[in-house]
Design a protein around this ligand. Sequence first.
Ligand SMILES: [Zn+2]
Length: 88
Amino acid sequence: MPGPQKITLAEARAQGDFMLLFYCKNLAANCWHSGEVRLDTAIARWGGALRLDQVPARCTQCGSRDHVDVRARPPKRDGGPAGPIVEH
Ligand SMILES: [Zn+2]
């Protein structure tokens, strides 16, 4: 059963997200590598119409392209969700 459709990079930015997170879940290689890229950088590289599940992410540790989960997250804030944004 297919899960809910992922949003696009432009939609992620529109809802206030700031970074893209990459999680490698290559169980066969026991790889749990993760990394982050600025959402602006990703949009400049791939365009805002790309969905998160279409991002051509490749794990720099195990080299897998098939096990990398991509998510977006909002900027970190000082003092919780209501605090000032500490990432620029
Ligand atoms: Zn990996």
